[in-house]
Design a protein around this ligand. Structure first.
Ligand SMILES: [Zn+2]
Length: 394
């Protein structure tokens, strides 16, 4: 451990985390009938009120609230946002009771321990420690527990309409490394049209499924060859894969229609327009070689990639805090998965992901390493002090 003085009470942090895990906050957009964020938002808001934040619960959609707390700065220093999502993915397939957190070998097991109630507990503990220390920040500290990150991120989208900050830290599990980049994704519908005809009449029928086969071959080639040539130093290559396919009416009829859904993962630097151009060129090349090919495509949803420079102030502040708390040089990393950091970054606020170490997000066995939760809390406490500035140096 490093030499920095922090005020986090590790035992309290762990108890807080257990309390968060005990509340079922499965996202109802993922699992029908799941409870959503109402109860956990109330729990988080109550915690924030008790430690002295200006707190409000913001209903983004019925039963889908954000809990937002603000620690007003005493001066005009820069504002920092600490952001953590309240929702989790489903629990139906888990091996250990997902809502009864169990400690074993320094790990806490349960749904959301890693993704990301561990990070949320670190954020809340860091804020409490800061207040307990008596230090007065110059800039505002915004603490946000947001809904729906696991589905459509309506929570952070609404949050960015209402609060501003000069930088943000999203407490997702990064193994205490500083995540400055991640991939994005685009969902694409592809349709092919054929001509329905009796199965014995090849002269009349055009097989829409076989035509889609040409699209599939091109998609595989695109992924195996062209996309592998592109490479980002932190997140690797972009990729593309087929997700679902539908077509055909009955065994003795030429299929007149086929629909394919495709996912294209994007690397920093790639825009929506690049994906559109790539798909257009793929479809055009098939049409040029097959006059009977009739098809079209449409991009239905995009969550873009993001990247910020390690030279950004928030990155350098965090780096210094990791060094001083943990006596360890952190790495600047990228990840394949998409995070709320992208929404914040797209709004013009430099944002990074930083949080504890664990495993099993979205899996049957999920855990977080408790030491790393406490360490994250200490680092976040110090980061808020250093980023927002203090009236009198602590
Ligand atoms: Zn997450």
């Amino acid at each position: 451990m490093g030499t920095a003085k922090t005020h986090v009470d590790g035992r309290e942090t762990v108890e807080l985390l257990k309390g968060l895990v005990r509340i079922n906050s499965v996202n109802p957009s993922l699992v029908e009938g799941a409870p959503g964020e109402a109860e956990i938002a109330e729990f988080v808001a109550e915690y924030m009120r008790e430690i002295g934040l200006e707190t409000r619960i913001e209903e983004v959609e019925p039963g889908r609230p954000n809990a937002v707390g603000i620690l007003k700065g005493a001066g005009d220093g820069p504002a920092l946002m600490l952001n953590g999502h309240l929702d989790t993915v489903g629990i139906g397939y888990m091996e250990i009771d997902p809502l009864d957190p169990v400690v074993k070998d320094g790990r806490l097991y349960g749904r959301g321990t890693n993704d990301m109630k561990g990070g949320l507990a670190a954020i809340l503990s860091a804020t409490k420690a800061l207040i307990d220390s008596g230090v007065e920040l110059k800039g505002d500290l915004v603490v946000a527990g947001v809904c729906d990150e696991e589905y459509a991120s309506i929570g952070t989208e609404r949050l960015m309409d209402e609060v501003t900050a000069d930088a943000a830290i999203v407490g997702e599990p990064t193994g205490l490394q500083i995540q400055v980049a991640h991939k994005g994704f685009a969902w694409i519908d592809v349709e092919t049209r054929g001509v329905a005809a009796h199965g014995s009449r090849p002269d009349e029928g055009v097989d829409a499924i076989a035509k889609m086969g040409k699209v599939l071959i091109e998609i595989e080639r695109l992924g195996d060859v062209d996309l592998k040539r592109k490479r980002h130093r932190l997140v690797g290559s972009p990729s593309i894969h087929a997700s679902t396919i539908q077509g055909g009416r009955e065994l003795s009829t030429y299929p007149d229609y086929c629909k394919l859904q495709v996912e294209r993962r994007m690397i920093p630097g790639e825009e929506d327009s690049d994906i559109e151009a790539e798909m257009s060129s793929l479809m055009t090349s098939i049409t040029a070689e097959d006059p009977k090919f009739q098809g079209g495509h449409r991009i239905t949803f995009v969550r873009g990639p993001m990247e910020i420079s390690p030279e950004e102030e928030i990155c350098q502040v965090l780096r210094g805090c990791v060094l001083d708390v943990s006596d360890r040089e952190p790495q600047f990393i990228g990840s394949s998965g998409w995070l709320d950091t992208q929404i914040i970054w797209k709004n013009g606020t430099p944002s990074v992901a930083f949080g504890p170490r664990g495993a099993g997000s979205h899996a049957a066995v999920e855990f977080v390493e408790l030491n790393s939760v406490v360490e994250a809390a200490k680092i976040l406490e110090l980061a808020a002090v250093r980023f927002c500035g203090t009236e009198s140096p602590s």
